[in-house]
Structures are given as structure tokens and as C-alpha cells.
Ligand binder design. Sequence first.
Ligand code: URA
Length: 267
Amino acid sequence: MAADPTPQVMTFDPGYSESQFAALIDALPGASSYPSARFRTEWGPIFHRGRLDGSARLLVIGQDPAAHEAIARRILCGEAGHRVQGFVWKLGLDHSYVMINSFLYSLYGTQAPRASAALLEDRYRWVDAILGSSPIEAVVTFGAVATSVWNGYLASRQPAHPPVHAAATHPTAHVTEAALLTNWNAALQVLFPALSVRDRTLSSLRLYGRALGPSDRRAIPAGDFPPGLPSWMTGAIQWAVRGDDPTRAPKAARITVTIPTGSRVRR
Ligand code: URA
């Protein structure tokens, strides 16, 4: 199969200049959809990662942003995101994807709240805009909440030719790596044949082993991040944790950012 001849030249994500996405951001669901008792609204909504320019072929739906995402302002860029990047790499993609979450804000508390009709409609409008502007051939949902968003979308919009869909275990679900990767291998086998164009030429699908190998977490391209983000913020080494100093502020009010050792200019 031919690889996409267009090289990925962007060194940063230009943001939401496509007017339909800017309009969706302006129409953000309000506090009744995202009550601050259930969501970390104090860290702001985080909208997406990847291509909104009409070049995405794979739509990824995740769950909710975490600490790294709250700082980098793009979803799926911490540990979960690096695992997902390895997953899309196995499909032959290194830039022709777009990722959204089921929730714009990080969940607060242990239980995923029931999504309001307005919240779901906002998600569906994002999916409408993505499917309407990009040649999406496949959709992968990570976790039960994301799968229910996609199933809700299909029931609501009843598209005549929906993309191929695989429901996959969430990248940081509390399951063994072997169970996660068995599930991901099944999802890859559904998605791989659905893609007619890839970013790199692949003669066949290479499945995961029983544990994540060194190359199974992949670097996220600079083109997925806002301009000026230091490269360590795009890396796989953990650099953000919630809380850390409970004497100064409640955990929910703090994210501690620490530059990884190898990236420090001053020791
Ligand atoms: N970060 C995200 O943005 N989404 C997830 O589902 C997990 C981590």
C-alpha cells in the first residue's frame, strides 16, 4: 500500500483556525453539563490533539484529560497518550489522525458522571465536523465511556457509511499489560485493513507482544502541540503530577511541573 506522499511539515499545531472548530469552541457546553463537583473545571477545557485540517484518516476517542494535558493544552499526551501514539504508529500513522476526548474537562472523583444531553450533543457536533471535513476511514474508542459516545453518535446521526470502528481497552485501565495488549491486538486487526492510505509504508501489521516494549510508547510529534512548548513537555518521561504540596493548596488546585533530569539546563 502506498504511503501518503505529503510530508508532515508543521512544527506546531496552528490551533483552531478552521472556523467550524472555532465556532464549536465558542459554543462550549456550560456549567450544567460540566458541574465543578464532578469535573476539574478550574483547569479549563482541552479540546483535541492531531489534525483538524482535513487530513486525518483515523479518529481516536479517549476519556478525559489528566495533569500533563492540563498544562500542554492537548489531549492524550501523558503516559496514556504515548501508548496511544504507539498504537496509531502500528497502523502506519504518525500524523494523519485526530483525537478527541469524551469529556473536555478532567473527571473529579472516581465515578464517570452521566453525560448530559448538551454535553453529548457537543461531542456529536465535533464528530460531525471531523467526519465532514476529513476522510476518516476508521474510529478507535479507548474505554467504555468513549465507546458509548461513539455508539450514541451512530444512534443519533445514523450515518449511511460509518467508518470501521474498534472498541479498545483504555490505555491506563487497571488491567494487566498482557490483557491490554491482547485487546489492542484485536482492535488493530479490525482497523488495519480499513485504512487505504498510511503515513509510512507497511507491508503487514506487527502486533504487540505480551508486554509493552521500548518502542511501543512513541514520541508525539511537535506538530501536535501549540507553538513554543518545550520538547520535554512532549516527551514520555512524567513531568506533571497533581498536588505534591498539600500544605500550600488542596491537591485539586495544584499541578506540580518538574523538568525531567536530562532536560534541565541548570542542575
Ligand atoms: N488523557 C487524555 O487526554 N485522555 C484519556 O483518555 C487519558 C489521558
